[in-house]
Design a protein around this ligand. Structure first.
Ligand code: ATP
Length: 325
């Protein structure tokens, strides 16, 4: 295997708090091992357009605490074509980049897997997504910050819900995954959570709301974006039809869940996997996502990592049920 001299780093797909901490870790570790390091702006789009910048230790100064990504991110349809990937390869070669660290979610790793195989290019990935839906890591970078943002918002909603005796349907992110809804539902003391992984039993929900209504003035139901019965507005409409005398409101938290200062946990996770990624490349790893399982660094082939983590712990669902009595 050829010796690695210049590592390219990019963020791609949806942004997540902690991506900057990951970029910083990759850059500083590469410099520590006397490698050059090149930032690629806007993910695969930047690769195709040759949008590169040389990173030094100062270029990642004062970013560990910042949300978003200084390298910007994008979605690239062009990279899904063989012609787009050829342009990307030619640009990388021209620039002397001989290994890559991809920071993103399942789409990013799917692209990395295809490209890595096509051009025999060494790539490792860091799990950067608020959804926590990748296999091969207990947590993804951004998830902890996002769930803390959600509970801050729901605590505020609860104040107004309580004052007005309102029922709030709160929609959180998660097109395919209910993991944000499940955790925040427990932490915010929701009456119920509705998630894509389980069939929504509307009658059970109505029953619960009816029972609880007798001695509870406010209520919170957390709904994941991709919930199978149709999302927060649809659920809100059904509840209004069923209980016209309830003061029911829908609140969609939206993009605030992606922003903000990364939590301590996300910064530490990003730093750990960022260091491990460069070390893994130097040891000859490629086509793998670097994660942390039970406190230890783990290496998972891209093709396994992208198989969605759809496992919902039934014990957690039961906790929501018991504690919302
Ligand atoms: P998140 O889950 O947080 O949104 P993500 O990494 O899954 O992040 P996507 O938009 O799904 O985000 O993917 C990012 C990019 O990866 C796509 O815009 C595309 O350029 C590339 N990509 C995805 N699938 C493929 C594929 N089959 N072949 C080549 N490139 C791909």
């Amino acid at each position: 295997m050829a010796q690695i001299k210049n590592v390219g780093v990019y963020t791609s797909g949806g942004d997540a708090p902690g991506m900057n901490a990951a970029i910083r870790a990759v850059v500083r570790t590469a410099l520590y091992y006397n490698l050059e390091v090149t930032g690629i702006r806007r993910g695969y789009e930047g690769m195709i357009n040759g949008d590169f910048l040389t990173m030094d230790r100062k270029s990642v100064g004062n970013i560990i605490q910042r949300g978003g990504t200084i390298l910007k991110t994008a979605r690239s349809e062009h990279f899904k074509t063989a012609e787009g990937r050829k342009l990307a390869y030619e640009n990388l070669k021209k620039r002397g980049i001989d290994a890559l660290v991809a920071i993103g979610g399942d789409g990013t790793f799917t692209g990395a897997k295809v490209f890595g195989k096509e051009y025999n290019f060494p790539i490792v990935g860091l799990p950067g997504t608020i959804d926590n839906d990748l296999l091969g890591t207990d947590y993804t970078i951004g998830y902890d910050t996002a769930i803390n943002t959600v509970i801050d918002a729901v605590d505020k909603i609860r104040d107004t819900a309580e004052s007005h005796d309102r029922l709030f349907i709160v929609e959180v992110m998660g097109r395919d995954s209910g993991l944000i809804a499940l955790r925040t539902g427990i932490a915010a003391g929701a009456e119920a959570i509705l998630i894509p992984e389980t069939k929504t039993d509307l009658n059970a929900l109505y029953h619960k709301l009816e029972q609880g209504r007798k001695d509870k003035s406010s209520k919170i139901v957390i709904v994941a974006e991709g919930e199978e019965a149709g999302g927060a507005f649809e659920i809100g409409k059904l509840i209004k039809d069923r209980f016209p005398n309830y003061d029911t409101r829908v609140s969609v938290l939206g993009h605030i869940q992606r922003g903000g200062r990364p939590s301590c946990q996300d910064r530490v996770l990003a730093s750990r996997v960022g260091v491990a990624a460069v070390e893994a490349l130097l040891k000859g790893h490629h086509n793998e996502m670097i994660g942390v399982i039970n406190g230890e660094i783990s290496y998972t082939p891209f093709e396994s990592a992208i198989k969605h983590n759809t496992e919902i712990n039934p014990a957690l669902l039961k906790i929501v049920d018991i504690l919302s009595l």
